[in-house]
Design a protein around this ligand. Structure first.
Ligand SMILES: [Zn+2]
Length: 111
């Protein structure tokens, strides 16, 4: 279900930042899968390597394998529903209506 909320005219970036944060907080309590995946972010391990004139940071996320190993064959992709179309969103996923044709959504690796 979408949150049909429109900011007052001239609402700026601060309003959107605050409302998006509130949406995330709400979704963490109302969407169990999101909550679990968010908690799983604590399992991420990082390591940094420094070289002479640059550095890299490597991240290992054990739960990322679910989406990293997804079937990306033509057949599999064509048989999937578009995850951007509103009618295909998980029932628990909410968003903010920005203007008539755009909706702000929070996307996480939830599948
Ligand atoms: Zn679509």
């Amino acid at each position: 279900m979408m949150i049909e909320e429109k900011p007052e005219k001239n609402s700026g970036a601060e309003w959107w930042a605050e409302r998006t944060k509130k949406l995330l907080d709400e979704q963490k309590t109302s969407w169990q899968l999101l909550k679990i995946n968010y908690e799983n972010l604590a399992k991420i391990q990082t390591r940094e390597f420094t070289f002479e004139d640059f550095g890299i940071k490597i991240q290992f996320n054990p739960d990322r394998i679910k989406s990293s190993s997804a079937d990306v064959s033509d057949v599999a992709i064509k048989s999937r529903q578009c995850f951007l179309c509103l009618e295909n969103l998980p029932a628990e996923q909410n968003g903010l209506v920005t203007i008539r044709t755009f909706v702000r959504l929070l996307f996480f690796y939830v599948f």
